[in-house]
Design a protein around this ligand. Structure first.
Ligand code: FAD
Length: 361
């Protein structure tokens, strides 16, 4: 084999497909390669590569912090079935990698797979700060108190009726195929991650306030945010998750062809994934995470009010643009310039994370 990709999540599959497209003999190994994904993956439509498998696009987006903000960008929910599809010439092996070298992997059952290059796409590891959420799917008609037609609600920081702690959480909502809508109570960043039980209570309280019955089933989201650049890896395993937003799928889809071309040319994966500018932007975003963790609950909506008042290109630079150092610096400088003194101090010197009780969820 030319390439062994460890892990068949969105990043691993995008990379395996791209490696096959440039003529590399590719093998993907995953413990459960046939298991459907339960996560709802979404991204700003303009951050996705052309031809990305999109299930639904909301033409507009909205955020509510202290005030409401219209965002003139389309927001897309991905089609997991198509995202999972692999070209026929990618060899899929069921197995769990227990040992990884530069040119081989050993599986739990003792098999050894050899390749010119091994790429770790086995997802995030580690604890620390995390984004947690609990979501339910409701018919579109019931979701009208929260989200408009053809619209994504990227965050609504207005408090749910039943918040058991001062922890700030927001409602996130995206349209799904079949006239359904995902409503998700989200804790953007907390260390340790917010208890799912509290998020569930808040979400159910929001539904109850509008007489909406709690549907069966829920989506549980746990995204480690504190990843750092890792060599020989791709996707969340490489530290590609945005430390302040939790997103990584659009970046993985966009970068996969470039990484595959690099592998074909003998370039180390990390040189494509983590050029100096991307490392510098990541360090700034990690600062952004520390800011979020250090904000007092009542400062959080004010912070996002300022953020969504930035010109849209600056918002875009901060949320996307993983190698655009100038753009990231400009966005952060603009936010700093617009902030009142107390918030400005927090932005410059985040200080320790606001104390949280450790609770299970
Ligand atoms: C519920 C949920 C919703 C999310 N929504 C979004 C979103 O809307 N937009 C966004 O950008 N991000 C989102 N994220 C965050 C992040 O982008 C996802 O975690 C994404 O799945 C990361 O993709 P990945 O392929 O890097 O890793 P993963 O999806 O975690 O895939 C890793 C794969 O590696 C396999 N694996 C693990 N260990 C081994 C091993 N030892 N040997 C072999 N295989 C192994 C796993 O079985 C898995 O299939 C979400 C996360 C969650 C949990």
């Amino acid at each position: 084999m030319d390439v062994v990709v460890v892990g068949g999540g969105p990043a691993g599959r995008a990379l395996a497909s791209s490696c096959s497209a440039v003529g590399l003999a590719t093998l993907l190994v995953d413990p459960h390669p046939e298991r459907p994904w339960r996560a709802t993956y979404a991204a700003w439509a303009d951050e996705l590569p052309a031809g990305a498998p999109v299930a639904v696009v909301a033409a507009k987006a909205r955020a509510v912090a202290v005030g409401a903000h219209r965002i003139g960008r389309a927001y897309a929910v991905l089609d997991n079935e198509r995202l999972r599809r692999l070209p026929e010439d990618v060899v899929v092996v069921r197995g769990s990698v227990v040992d990884r070298g530069r040119n081989h992997v050993r599986l739990a059952d003792g098999r050894v797979l050899a390749a010119g290059v091994v790429v770790n796409a086995a997802g995030s590891t580690g604890g620390g700060a995390a984004q947690h959420a609990v979501g339910v799917v409701v018919p579109k008609a019931s979701a009208t108190p929260f989200v408009g037609d053809d619209e994504a609600l990227v965050m609504d920081w207005r408090k749910p009726p039943d918040a058991g702690s001062p922890d700030p959480t927001f409602l996130y909502s995206v349209p799904l195929p079949g006239d359904r809508v995902l409503l998700e109570e989200t804790s953007l960043a907390r260390r340790p991650g917010a208890p799912l039980a509290e998020l569930r209570l808040r979400l159910h309280a929001r539904l109850a306030a509008h007489g909406i019955a709690v549907p069966e089933g829920e989506e549980r989201v746990r995204i480690p945010l504190a990843g750092r650049p890792v060599a020989g890896a791709f996707g969340a395993a490489a530290g590609m998750v945005h430390p302040a937003t939790g997103y990584s799928v659009a970046d993985a889809l966009r970068l996969a062809p470039e990484v595959a071309r690099g592998i074909a040319a003998g370039t180390p994966v990390e040189r494509v994934v983590w050029p100096p500018a991307a490392r510098a932007v990541h360090a700034l975003r990690r600062h952004g995470l520390r800011v979020l963790l250090g904000l007092h609950p009542e400062q959080v909506p004010n912070f996002f009010d300022l953020f969504f008042q930035l010109p849209e290109n600056q918002q875009r630079n901060y949320l996307g643009g993983r190698s655009d150092l100038v753009g990231a610096v400009r966005a952060m400088a603009a936010l700093f310039g617009a902030a009142p003194p107390a918030l400005r101090a927090r932005l410059a010197f985040p200080g320790p994370a606001v104390k949280r009780t450790r609770t299970s969820g």
